[in-house]
Design a protein around this ligand. Sequence first.
Ligand code: PEP
Length: 278
Amino acid sequence: MEQSIESFIKNLVRDTIVHTLGELQIQSDRQTYVIANWKMNNTLSTTAEFFQKINSSKDVSVVVCPPTQLLYPAHLFIKQFGKPIHLGGQNVHWAEKGAYTGESSTNMLKDVGCEYVIIGHSERRQFAGEDDDLVNLKVKQTIKDGLIPIICIGETLGQKNSMQAEHVLSTQLVGALKEIDSSNLIIAYEPVWAIGTGQSATAELSQQTHAYIRSVLKQILGEKADQISILYGGSVNESNAAEYSAMPDIDGVLVGGASLNPQSFDGIINVFAKGEQR
Ligand code: PEP
């Protein structure tokens, strides 16, 4: 009996929060994004095929982030096929120019049609040793030069299991946004254990985490935090996208594996387009 009263109250509180946040979201003007991270995949011909097949929606900002070598061809294909799709880099250097073999600057990305750039992806944190200070330098350079950074944060499985997730996320946010006073940025919550594993975080857990992320953003940026889109990333596909789109604090998704298949990616765009006829 005690148990059922407790769960009744829990459900009531949860429903009230979701309802209230849902109403707030309706009033909010946060942009909805569906973003593709191709990582080190695709060729010239599959890039052409992708942009020929892919649709877009006026309700969703679609951003595709190909490898550096495919950025300019992608820009040309987007124009050729007349698609309102935006382009983003997967990484950028913090310096304006100089002796940094193999790197690309913000101006180079803009020159080939980019408006966005992914910064601090967990794969780069793992294999290229990127830390919060480096992420912060890149974010500063990116905002200064008028590109929109897509800042990735997320905890590992070990950190999740040892209940450190919130600490990790707040540390990454505070580090990435040091001396930044702009809402012209996107946060992608990508739990490392969910990336490329097929083990996506449940929509409920992601909603809770996104609400926590927004509370940290509020501490850093004040009211501006309400304008920042927070995306979920980690094994999103056509089948689970609707669960995320229903959550008030999930403003879109960052998609890896499923973005390589134009049909699957299109399916995800459709879900976030709120059923609008395209
Ligand atoms: C990613 O790497 O940003 C990502 C979300 O990958 P996947 O969708 O394959 O898990």
